[in-house]
Write a protein that binds this ligand. Sequence first.
Ligand code: HEC
Length: 170
Amino acid sequence: MKRDQKFFDLYSLVIGVLAFIAVAILVLAMKMTSRTQQVFTTATDEYRAAVEERLRPFGQVYLPGEEAHAGEPQVAAAPATEPVATTLTGPQVYNEACIACHGSGIGGAPKFGDAAMWAPRIAQGKTTLYDHAINGFTGSAGFMPQKGARVDLSDQEVRDAVDYMVSQSQ
Ligand code: HEC
């Protein structure tokens, strides 16, 4: 009987110590969690934003229709480039496409600046001159190719060149 009593006492003591340790761990754990939670709840917005920023997933996917979140780095729209001037002026067209013949009067072409040669042609009226320059013309003097063989020129560019030649040959 005495031995049983002794065993029981020892057993109770061990159970008691273990229970005490368990409770102590529990209390300690609760204290620790309340401390860490407290840090987060009482943290400044700045601190919380910094934490959220660190926890943010690296990449983000936007589905069609979804708007990009504010605060995302926005790529500034590239400034629209100046449209390249594609229309040539009268003098430019003349220097590129007409001067070959009209500069020195090759093949019977009325010479640039020669008022005597141009006077009867100017007398036909601008409409005829435009038409002959744009569509080509074979007269008594020779062959005037369509748009001076520069079919890439617009009608207006050819008209401007005619205006330029005429204005310089009166
Ligand atoms: C390959 C040579 C040649 C080139 C290049 C040329 N011309 Fe001519 N052009 C002529 C000849 C030749 C005549 C005269 C035709 C005639 O009257 O028999 C002429 C005549 C003209 C006339 C007068 C037409 C008329 O009714 O009397 C005009 C206007 C004219 N050219 C404009 C131009 C213009 C504008 C260009 C450039 C875009 C140009 N030409 C390029 C050869 C050329």
